[in-house]
Design a protein around this ligand. Structure first.
Ligand SMILES: CC(=O)N[C@@H]([C@@H](O)[C@H](O)[C@H](O)CO)[C@@H](O)CC(=O)C(=O)O
Length: 230
């Protein structure tokens, strides 16, 4: 996929990972899932292996297979497939990023490492930079979700000068209720054309007022999709 490409905007569905009753991934329904999103809900962008998809509870091998299946089944139907490749291990994260590029995904997203946590912006940026560098042709999104990672570095602080460190940076997936931080991210980066994707469904309307360019959510519907495409 060539970079830069079309900006990611509007409604992005955070997909669940379908499982069988015995705890295996149910690959057989992913094709139907794509059709359901596109035809029934009017959604053509997806976010795979994120929180809703329980990516961090899957093995690396499972994450690779899930990503591949969504890209394959979404071909010529979906506009963009973004793969969450965050992991505690930098090497695993890089492997997943590289894999996302190889299978033709449209972008990657990464959360902050959440066990031994980065305690400064520079440490976090250095981690993200190393992952982004493993897929230099893919748009990169930072997935800010402090309630789950415990990494409280404000997104606004992180974005300051980010393109100097991560040239493929394309936007922010902001899953936090701190609307002041979100508003400052939007306000202070107006020149950059970043995607500002809001991730707390309950506060989406407020975030749209503040300049969100789209949303990544577990709740999707045709009405929401229409609202966000206007
Ligand atoms: C923590 C979480 O799962 N957040 C959801 C929301 O859609 C969330 O389910 C919703 O706001 C309900 O609380 C999305 O932001 C999920 C998401 O983007 C993801 O799966 O990565």
């Amino acid at each position: 996929m060539a970079f830069p490409k079309k900006k990611l905007q509007g409604l992005v569905a955070a997909t669940i990972t379908p499982m069988t009753e015995d705890g295996e991934i149910n690959f057989s329904v992913i094709g139907q899932y794509v059709d359901y999103l596109v035809k029934e809900q009017g959604v053509k962008n997806i976010f795979v292996n994120g929180t809703t998809g329980e990516g961090l509870s899957l093995s690396v091998s499972e994450r690779r297979q899930v990503a591949e299946e969504w890209v394959t089944k979404g071909k010529d139907k979906l506009d963009q497939v973004i793969i969450h490749v965050g992991a505690l291990s930098l090497k695993e994260s890089q492997e997943l990023a590289q894999h996302a590029a190889e299978i033709g995904a449209d972008g990657i997203a990464v959360i902050a490492p959440f066990f031994l946590k980065p305690w400064t912006k520079d440490i976090l940026i250095n981690f993200l930079k190393e992952v982004a560098a493993a897929a230099p042709a893919l748009p990169f999104y930072y997935y800010h979700i402090p309630a789950l990672t415990g990494v409280k570095i404000r997104a606004e602080e992180l974005l300051d000068g980010i393109l100097d460190k991560i040239p493929t940076f394309q936007g922010l997936k902001f899953s936090d209720t701190d609307l002041l931080d979100f508003g400052q991210c939007v306000d202070q980066n107006r020149q950059q054309q970043f995607a500002f994707l809001f991730g707390v469904d309950e506060q989406l309307l407020s975030a749209l007022v503040m300049g969100a360019t789209g949303a990544v959510g577990s709740f999707v519907s045709r009405d929401l999709s229409t609202l966000l495409s206007n």
